[in-house]
Ligand binder design. Sequence first.
Ligand SMILES: C[S@@+](CC[C@H](N)C(=O)[O-])C[C@H]1O[C@@H](n2cnc3c(N)ncnc32)[C@H](O)[C@@H]1O
Length: 584
Amino acid sequence: MASNTQHEPTPVEQSFLNWFESTGGYLSPDVSLHDFTLQGMGRGMKSNKRLERDALLFSIPRYMLLGTRTSTLPSRAIAADEKAASLEAQTNPHLFTWQSLSGGWTQLLLVMLWEHFRSTAEGGAALNDSLAPRGSMDDEQDNAGGSVGPSWGPYFDILPRNFDTPMFWDRQELQDLEGTTVREKIGLAEAQLAYRTQLLPYIHAHPDLFVGSKASANARQVESLISTYYSEELFHRMGSAVLSRSFHVNLPGQGGLEEVGEAEDGMEVEDDEDEDEEDGEGEGEENINDVCMVPMADMLNARFESDNARTFYHQDVLEMRTTQVVEAGEQLLNTYGDPPNCDLIRRYGYVDEPNGADVAELPATTLVDALLSLEGLTSTTAVHETRRADLLSRLGWTISIGFDEVHALAYLFPLSQEAPFEPTPLSPTERELRSAAASISDELLAQARVLIMSPETLEKLKKKDKLPSSRIEAREFVDGQSRGVAEIIARAIELRLEVYPTTLQDNRATLYASLSTHKRLAPLSARRRNALVVRSGEQSVLMDNLRVLKAADEASRKLEKGQGVTSEKRKDASESAGHKKSKR
Ligand SMILES: C[S@@+](CC[C@H](N)C(=O)[O-])C[C@H]1O[C@@H](n2cnc3c(N)ncnc32)[C@H](O)[C@@H]1O
């Protein structure tokens, strides 16, 4: 929605804008920061006039990016480690070296905390006093302007102090996420562990590096500085800023990848429009040095499939340009890679409604539970245990040959754009259901098939050294019992749905109460609402898949009945059918 109101920059924004331009950034007069709080988006950027496609919104020199390549901390830390190693010889090797912190975001977060301290009056005096001329820098760390690099103070000032990601929710609020996969992925415990066992011990082992000239003060003063500027609370704040605002920026000439947000999850958007960059990047390990903060670029909000601006990477600068015509007053939106709501809430603290990219995770072991439940083996009897062990070993085999342990189910039908945002059509024809079934993962179908086939068929398959595969309508006839691939997966989805404390119908009634005739409920808190949207999204994906699988199961039963084959023939057929050549 276009906004024609003018927003006077707040003092913090004005100071950030002054810093941005005086440090070397360029901001077009055709755009400005704007308050989108009413739309629930916080600060964002809007156009001041109609912009053509490819209009330059702002540019930022690479030395202004904040990360391990531009900060001088890494080279100082390495120099300190080398000095300590030469003094201590082999006898007392330092446990906490800079290198020992590699992996994860620890080095980057130390850089953020150190640069934040350096940008304060107290830190500036302490660190700049003690900053020796830069030692030798490797190529990767050659971007910083000047011997100590720019100061990012006004940038730190504009970063949020509070976040709405589940990491900061209380127990009650987290209960609303029950059943969703977000709960296991919040990562608070892992972050606390990294802070307490790596980051803090490293800081304590290197007071010269972290409090500079103040390291020679008494121990209490040193401790007080550390607990103020390197506190766990500040660490989580920086971590959340990286999670929700960082970009993945390769060195010039090493592929043009663009991303806002966490790079660890590998949700990368290939920026193949950039002429200055080579295309793509191999799948290998992520380079933590690529993850950095990009002041100004992280002022842009995003919405599912609505981006009108993108970042372009060049040798010395990054540019934000429009990718289509943008009307005067319109919000400039970047893309965060259109993740599902479970990722949006975890990384950015908001959800998109509707979100056609929603997913629901189905652990492959649920297929085992599904088959056991269909066989009536739900108790912990010896028969149940033996059968379960057999099925788990079959599953283990599929995983050993590269199949997924967890399947991410996606919508099979497009979502309506009206609340309650259901997959449409609501009553698909048989043909539509059949065509939607083609999108169900081959691996999921194959795993279900492996579970229901006879031991002999399975042995033959293993000997042939072929990847298992299956059609959705495939059935197996074993020990006088017919079982279908779709039947097993449908049951697994039903079991998965049982994990949620409330039904999709209940959630929709709560979320869209005002739409249903007479109900008027108390407004939901933003966090509660977001949690319900995440939960409903997962349930809706599961229900969407369920109806397609149920229809496929019914069709396969009809086919089996219609064929009227004898038990023996069915057995023979099942051994030879379905193992189409794998596409993998
Ligand atoms: C890269 S920052 C964008 C700038 C941010 N709005 C600010 O005030 O600084 C990403 C954050 O913006 C907010 N945001 C972005 N897009 C949003 C949306 N569609 N709805 C709600 N919040 C959004 C979320 O808080 C997210 O973590």
